[in-house]
Design a protein around this ligand. Structure first.
Ligand code: HEC
Length: 132
């Protein structure tokens, strides 16, 4: 009983939202399964193509993030530097689910003029995690 209480207290003291990129990818997979019973898996190679694909507007994710997710990017309009996207090059990446969602929302709108689908987000995250 005492031990249980101690565990509960330790749990409460831990940072609430700390997550690894793997956790975040897995929660996307769990949601994909819930949304679509026929869902199998995400594809890093499809995510890679998505990253480089030119939109109707002529831009892509790589426009700001460069062709290399390990490289520092540059915002196409403001010119501001953007730290590398790949977790292997930037340990802060894909560790905060709310931040990931916020930028998916903004950037997908910017490039595709719509929200990204679950499959697109998961494929893209699988790609970023596969970068060595
Ligand atoms: C107009 C420039 C621009 C384009 C185009 C763009 N991004 Fe970004 N992206 C940013 C900026 C700015 C940030 C946030 C700055 C930072 O965190 O360093 C960001 C952050 C992110 C993050 C946050 C990751 C994290 O955990 O911190 C993800 C994921 C992301 N972008 C994915 C994409 C995808 C997918 C596309 C293509 C659909 C895309 N971006 C296109 C500018 C852009």
């Amino acid at each position: 009983m005492k031990n249980l209480l101690l565990l509960a207290m330790l749990g409460a003291a831990a940072p609430a939202l700390a997550a690894t990129p793997q956790d975040i990818l897995q929660s996307h997979a769990a949601e994909a399964k819930q949304e679509d019973a026929s869902f199998k898996e995400f594809s890093a190679s499809r995510g890679e193509r998505f990253f480089h694909a030119k939109s109707a507007k002529g831009n892509s994710c790589a426009t700001c993030h460069t062709d290399n997710p390990k490289a520092e990017g540059k915002h196409e309009r403001t010119g501001k530097a953007i730290a590398p996207l790949a977790p292997v090059a930037n340990r802060e990446r894909i560790t905060d689910p709310a931040k990931v969602e916020k930028w998916f929302k903004r950037n997908c709108q910017d490039v595709l003029a719509r929200a990204c689908t679950r499959q697109e987000k998961g494929d893209f995250l699988a790609y970023l995690l596969s970068v060595k």
